[in-house]
Each structure stands twice: as C-alpha cells, then as structure tokens.
Design a protein around this ligand. Structure first.
Ligand code: 5GP
Ligand code: MN
Length: 349
C-alpha cells in the first residue's frame, strides 16, 4: 500500500482525534498541531465525514502565538482540565506533535499512558518513548513542522492546503531554526519554505507577530539580565545567566517571557556553550526548582549533558533540564559538572 492509502485507511474510521503537544508549547509545537488539525478537518469535510479533531495543550499558550489560525480552539489543561481529560479518554487516535515521551505533558501523562488509542508520531526529538502506528519522526529534522508538512502532503490532496496551513508550518520552522539560521537548516528546509511562500505566507508579518511583541518591561528585563546576571568563562568557552526570582518579580515576568534570552549567551565571541538558569520556585508550588536551557555550537552535545546531570534532554545544540534546588546550589552544581564538557568545549570542530 502506498503512503497516501495508508494514511487514508488509518484516518477514515477515526472519529475522535486528539492532537497533543508538549508543556510550554513553542511555535513549532503549536504551528505543527494547528496545521495538522486544519488539514484533517478539511480532509474529513471533503469526504462528507465528521470527526472531532482537538488540540490539547498541557499549558497555557504564549500570547505571541495566540494569533495563529485556530489557536483560539486549543484546549488548555490549566483552564479546562476535565475537558482535556475527557477528550483524551474518548480519542480513537492520538497524534503526538513535537514530543515523544508521555512524561512531557505533566498532569496529563497518566491519562496518556492509560490510553490504548493508536498513535501517530510527528516529532524530531531523540529516543522516542512511544510505539506509533504511523511515524513521521526524524531526529535530524530542524523542526517538527517540516515533518507535519510532509504528513499533510503525503495525503496527496493539494487542493486542501491553504495559506493558514502554510502560515502555521512556516511559524514552526522559523521558530525552531532561529529564523532559518541553525546548522539543522538544509536545502530541503528552504525548499519547503519556498513552497510555503507560494501559498501566500508573508515572512515580515509572521516574524513581527512572533518576535516584535516585547513590552517595555520585558525588554528592560532582558537588558537587566544581560547587564547584571551574565557570566563569561573564557577558559570554558561558556557564557551563562542565572536569573533570580527577585528579577522575575521586579519586572513582572511570566513563564513564557524568558523565551529567547538564552540566545544572547552565544553572542559573545568564542562561546560554545550558553546556559540560562532560572529560578522557577513559583512554578513548583513554592518549592525550590531551577530550569536550565542549554545552547551550544558544533560538537558540544548538550542533550547528553542535560540528560546525564540535569534530568533533561533535547537536541545536540539545544536542550533543557530541571534541578530541584535553590538557584545558588544549581549554579554551583552546574560549575562542578562543566568540567565533564571541557574536552568537547576546547576541541575545535
Ligand atoms: P528550551 O531551552 O527552549 O526549554 O528547550 C530546548 C530544547 O530542549 C527543546 O527542543 C526541548 O524540546 C528540549 N527540552 C527542554 N527541556 C527538556 C527536558 O526536560 N527534557 C527533554 N527530553 N527535552 C527537553
Ligand atoms: Mn520542535
């Protein structure tokens, strides 16, 4: 059976499809999920069938992603936990988008593990913890969105693809590639982007809707962090920032508003490892918690580092992790563990 037939056969008898994205969903997760949802809705419509296709997010949606076509209908677990649970319970197919481990959806994890519905995987993270019937998985892919685009195109229904779908996919690729500049960007990525522009995507509009959304206080928080919280360790080719709770409170910074701050660490010449650690006590019911973001250049593989020492993981050059300690303890621990990366940090690619 060819790919289009397999997809059609899989979906034709489904009536309740849950599309799931990871906690604190980014542009890639939300863009990919909304593109898949919109396409499947149009596909069911075209063949005169009805299906409930629902996107569920374990977290609230960052305000700069709310404009994405269809975002208003996303079920957000913190707002309507019972609804999220019941959609998941009734699902006869579950599509994992931009994640592959049930543990990345927090309180919904148990419900997901309990489900026996067949799984579709659209993801680019390593070490999948699911057993999908249909898999669009490629750890080399720059974004989940380009895999979602392949999934959509594999139905071979070009008349169902529209500007809104293209905008969602474009957003996913743009946000996961640092606006088309990471080493994961291939000629194929640019070919996809070229196709998306043919569908009417306006690059300037999308960029502005996502990135030109700072409030004055958020920009001042970035400035404050860069001025007072940055440490540069030239002998380790490392630059990091440690953000205390008092800064988050002083500038009234919400969970999604630290997005992008880590990138400034890599801007210092010679830096091969950039780290952002943030006191997340408020997100852990007042108990100590520090979230780490790791970014790196070349062969400095932060996913292994995050997995081994920080209860996390991710990609070679972008990973995250969590410690349940104070910020001071987290910083000390990080500085101790840094020596493990020294060979990679000091070896040129
Ligand atoms: P961020 O620093 O933006 O939170 O995360 C960077 C990358 O690492 C993202 O692609 C994300 O998927 C991955 N990541 C972040 N935190 C974790 C974690 O705790 N576990 C795993 N496996 N991956 C993570
Ligand atoms: Mn992604």
């Amino acid at each position: 059976m060819n790919t289009a037939d397999r997809l059609r056969e899989f979906f034709s008898n489904k009536r309740n499809i849950a599309i799931l994205i990871h906690r604190n969903p980014d542009g890639d997760a939300i863009g990919s999920a909304l593109a898949v949802q919109r396409f499947l809705n149009k596909w069911f419509d075209k063949y005169g069938k009805t299906a409930n296709i629902t996107v569920i997010s374990p977290s609230l949606i960052a305000y700069f992603l709310e404009w994405l076509p269809g975002a208003e209908n996303i079920i957000r677990y913190p707002e309507t936990p019972d609804k999220a649970r019941s959609v998941l319970k009734e699902a006869d197919a579950i599509i994992y988008v931009d994640f592959n481990a049930p543990t990345r959806i927090d309180e919904l994890s148990e419900d997901l593990i309990a489900s026996t519905a067949p799984v579709v995987l659209i993801d680019h993270h390593r070490d999948p913890q699911v057993n999908p019937q249909i898999s669009y998985w490629d750890p080399e892919a720059a974004s989940a969105a380009q895999l979602a685009w392949k999934f959509i195109n594999d139905f071979q229904e070009p008349d169902l693809i529209d500007r809104e779908i293209a905008e969602c996919i474009y957003t996913g690729i743009m946000t996961d590639t640092g606006s088309f500049r990471f080493s994961s960007v291939t000629p194929e990525v640019h070919r996809i982007v070229a196709d998306l522009l043919e569908y009417g995507v306006n690059p300037d509009k999308v960029y502005s809707l996502i990135y030109h959304r700072f409030s004055l206080r958020r920009l001042q928080f970035f400035g404050h962090s860069i001025t007072f919280r940055i440490r540069h360790l030239p002998e380790f080719k490392t630059t990091y920032m440690a953000i205390p709770l008092e800064d988050l409170q002083r500038f009234n910074i919400g969970p999604g508003e630290t997005e992008g701050l880590v990138n400034y660490t890599l801007a210092i010449e010679g830096t091969r490892l950039g780290v952002l650690m943030i006191d997340r006590t408020r997100e852990n019911k007042g108990n100590p918690m520090v979230r780490f973001s790791f970014r790196s250049k070349g062969n400095v593989h932060v996913d292994q580092f995050a997995r081994q020492f920080f209860n996390g993981g991710g990609h070679h050059n972008a990973a995250g992790g969590t410690l349940y300690t104070t910020l001071e303890e987290a910083e000390t621990y990080f500085l101790q563990k840094l020596s493990h990366l020294l060979p990679e940090l000091t070896k040129e690619d």
